[in-house]
Write a protein of this length. Structure first.
Length: 548
């Protein structure tokens, strides 16, 4: 081989192979190495990665037969199930773009997103047809609707655009070549996936992931000492596959060769816990509201295989994490992320330096969102001036992120306001960073309460209230106030059968927070409203606080 070194201006190129990073590789690696490993969908369906890969090979030619071109957006409207995984793999492996849609969107948002993405095909769980089919007439760009059998017998409308997934796959010849070999180095930057942000502040925005960003994110989350997914893991993404790539857990499991357990359409606590026990799940990820719903029944199931529980999407109250640690010996590890960050940017937990810390100190460390993943840079900046603030654990500023799996723009819209002049993403979160690089989220900028010119962190106030043993869910929001501008109001759901009063809760939190932080009112509800991704909906509560 001739020496191809380029020496210019004193720099020297390395001589390693310029191979692309692709999801096709992730798929074919699992096919070669882990063909015998399980993909279980709740309800008793059990396939191997080998069988899933076989399905993907047929899906590839089925998409060709439907005339879906490279680069076309292929939407999924589906729960976490095996067919959805096949689409996760097969759509990008064939250079199409997987657009996973939140199944809880309003018809208005749904139609906006499908139109904006210009989805060519929609793959939809049979049981979910009634949620999306009424919009079909307003989605003329969708040429094909493919129904994913899911065990339900939901009626299927008679329409020539509708076909059945299993029939399409059965009729297709398998692609026998190498998906990976169809990619050149430049192709690693091809779009592989598309997710829209929730659009709580303006229309939803599309985040367009690439093969390269997805593979690097996958490796980042797999890193030992972080989630550390490995072949012996049994991974349960409770977080929906339409919520920011289920935090990378499906691709991570496939890359690591871990078994995958997919919970299907039910998020019922007993169902999830039975699945965890029966499949000996080692790693699971969910938003705090789901962990809250599972907490009362933890001791009724054998969860002894569990080694890592991931919580993100909103702050995990320390009391909740401690409930898990006491019951099953595993706390909930914080992960901070957002759709724009693929989504994982930061992972919590203690490090060697905390070994000798007191139990209370360790709880405090675990309450932090944690340290950035390799290749991710975080900083905080003054909201007014944009000047970077010190990493002293005290200064509070807007969190900004940069890295190879962080969005650099939004699909088909200019959004200069979301990025700094030097290309960092402005997250809209307020945080501190300490000298060890631990990030603590103070609040979302829009959730912070401004009272008499001073800020009150809704997150901290919620953590204090949630530490009362009778509190199941709590959200603190601002109510407009003529004197103070805004005052905090706490919405609380109590454990069944409890009648804890506002005065008791005030007494509980008084030693923990400044006097002027104490909520003006406690509003008790049976359960608090949730967003489409299962987080507590502060938007809905703010509206009700405003009009109360
Ligand atoms: P949305 O909630 O708007 O649908 P995302 O799911 O992308 O969109 O949420 C991103 C936001 O969720 C972050 O900006 C942050 O405010 C919040 N978040 C995510 N993870 C955590 C965490 N571990 N702790 C606190 N807040 C978090």
């Amino acid at each position: 081989m001739p020496d191809q070194s380029r020496v210019a201006g004193g720099v020297l190129d390395g001589l390693m192979q310029p191979r692309p990073l692709t999801i096709a590789h992730v798929l074919e690696r699992a096919e070669r190495l882990f063909a015998h490993k399980d993909v279980v969908t709740a309800g008793g369906e059990r396939l191997t990665y080998g069988e899933v890969a076989g399905q993907v090979r047929r899906l590839a030619t089925a998409l060709d037969a439907l005339g879906v071109p490279a680069g076309a957006r292929v939407a999924t409207f589906a729960s976490n199930n095996r067919r959805h995984l096949e689409l996760y793999l097969g759509v990008p492996a064939t250079k199409r773009v997987l657009h996973s849609i939140n199944i809880r969107l309003s018809a208005e948002h749904l139609e906006y997103i499908v139109g904006h993405a210009e989805d060519d095909v929609v793959f939809v769980d049979r049981g979910l047809l009634p949620r999306i089919w009424p919009s079909a007439g307003r989605l003329p760009g969708v040429r094909h609707w493919v129904v994913l059998p899911d065990g339900t017998d939901t009626p299927i409308p008679a329409d020539p655009r509708i076909s059945d997934y299993d029939e399409l796959i059965a009729a297709a010849e398998p692609f026998t070549g190498s998906f990976e070999d169809t990619f050149t180095l430049a192709d690693e930057n091809l779009a592989s996936g598309l997710c829209y942000t929730s659009g709580t502040t303006g229309p939803p925005k599309g985040v367009l992931y690439s093969h390269r960003s997805t593979v690097l994110h996958c490796l980042g989350t797999l890193a030992a000492g972080l989630i550390g997914l490995c072949e012996s893991d049994v991974v349960l993404p409770i977080v929906p596959m339409f919520h920011a790539n289920a935090w990378g857990l499906p691709y991570g499991a496939v890359m690591a060769g871990a078994s995958l357990v997919l919970p299907g359409a039910s998020a019922e606590p007993a169902h999830l816990l039975r699945l965890m026990a029966a499949e000996r799940v080692t790693v699971a990820g969910a938003v705090p509201t789901v962990w809250t719903s599972l907490a009362p029944q933890l001791r009724d199931h054998d969860l002894s295989a569990t080694r890592f529980l991931l919580g993100g999407g909103s702050a995990v109250p320390p009391a909740l994490s401690e409930t898990y640690r006491a019951a099953i010996g595993v706390p909930i590890t914080h992960s901070w992320g957002m759709t724009e960050v693929s989504p994982v940017g930061v992972i919590g937990g203690t490090r060697t330096q905390h070994r000798d810390a007191t139990a209370a100190e360790q709880v405090a460390v675990r309450a932090a969102q944690g340290q950035p993943l390799p290749l991710v840079n975080v900083r905080i900046a003054d909201v007014e001036t944009g000047a970077e603030l010190p990493r002293d654990g005290q200064a509070v500023g807007e969190l900004q992120v940069a890295g190879p799996w962080v969005a650099g723009g939004y699909f088909k819209v200019g959004e200069a306001g979301s990025f700094t002049g030097d290309g960092w993403l402005r997250t809209g979160d307020l945080a501190t960073i300490d000298a060890d690089g631990y990030l603590r989220l103070v609040d979302r900028m829009k959730d912070l309460i401004k009272s008499g010119g001073e800020w009150i962190s809704s997150v901290e106030l919620e953590a204090a209230i949630a530490s009362h043993p009778d509190v199941v869910e709590v959200a603190v929001v601002a109510r407009p106030d003529p004197r103070w501008m805004e005052r905090p109001v706490a919405y609380v759901a109590l454990r069944e059968g409890r009648a804890t009063t506002a005065d008791e809760l005030l007494g509980h939190i008084t030693p923990m927070v400044a006097k002027w932080w104490l909520p003006d009112e406690f509003v008790f509800m049976a359960t608090l409203p949730k967003t489409g991704t299962g987080k507590l909906s502060k938007l809905a509560l703010r509206d009700s606080a405003r009009t109360a």
